[in-house]
Design a protein around this ligand. Sequence first.
Ligand SMILES: NC(=O)c1ccc[n+]([C@@H]2O[C@H](COP(=O)([O-])OP(=O)(O)OC[C@H]3O[C@@H](n4cnc5c(N)ncnc54)[C@H](OP(=O)(O)O)[C@@H]3O)[C@@H](O)[C@H]2O)c1
Length: 284
Amino acid sequence: MARVAVVGVGAIGSVLAGQLETTGAHELVLCTRRPLSQLTIETPDGVIRMKAPNLTDPAEATPFDWVMVATKVYDCAGAKLWLNQLCDAKTQIAVVQNGVEHRENFAPEWDVLPVIVDVPTERRDDGSILQRSRAIMRVETTSAGWAFAELFAGSEARVELIKDFVTAAWSKLCVNSAGVISALTSKPAGVLRDEALGELALGIIAECVAVGRAEGAKLDDAIGERILASIRSGPPEAINSLTADRLAGRPMEVDARNGVIVRRGEKHGIPTPLNRMAVALLRA
Ligand SMILES: NC(=O)c1ccc[n+]([C@@H]2O[C@H](COP(=O)([O-])OP(=O)(O)OC[C@H]3O[C@@H](n4cnc5c(N)ncnc54)[C@H](OP(=O)(O)O)[C@@H]3O)[C@@H](O)[C@H]2O)c1
């Protein structure tokens, strides 16, 4: 049994909390900035109704064994206010976010376990959560990674221990980088079935591949085609979280998903004109 706090209970935080709840093994608390009246998660394996207590004020929190941060990357500063209260010397922190800068975003104050998550999930207008597939999470093969995986034993979530985490993180960034086209057009995933936009997606991913390789990721030449084929064969109505943010008028994770390709590209002298344009357009 572990005491686990989830900070940021939107789409991904709800998936984490729901899967941990199904283990029946942990004491959970849901840390949000607005009160949660009722949290229902529709998963491929049935509906989960959360019963865990909800805190909305970091000052009310006490130290937990694990803290899972599942805010958007642009809300890391708010998440850190929770960490100040939820952590003591023994607390382990998992950051379940997109991008490749999990550690940088919490350093130097916090040592975190980066987690990559694959689970298309949407928040509905009524606050309920639609989890479109079983969750797959990837962590480094370290003692913290093993301990994280152990938390989900008995749930339907799969946690993979990865030796080459850099490659895993940049592979996921390749997928996310193409998602900017949905955000730019304000259209769901089916928009990439268009030939011209598919070509554009391949160009955006190719820039990510070039920069990722310079960062040490082992990315093969066919990754772009595979990602495009996978998006095209997936549900055309799926909305990625960048697009969901744009449609809702919220800030967007464009720096974590495409800006980072431009920034790291500059560091390595690799031109990234398509990502640069996408970032500039979304920022405008
Ligand atoms: N959704 C997906 O399908 C998906 C898939 C893979 C990875 N990801 C990644 O997972 C991460 C989380 O994304 P998401 O889609 O779950 O985002 P989300 O639905 O917007 O949820 C983020 C939650 O964090 C909350 N939050 C923000 N600041 C907070 C604070 N100071 N204290 C407490 N809660 C706070 C937000 O509260 P409010 O409700 O008040 O805004 C929101 O409920 C992102 O990095 C995303 O790119 C998402």
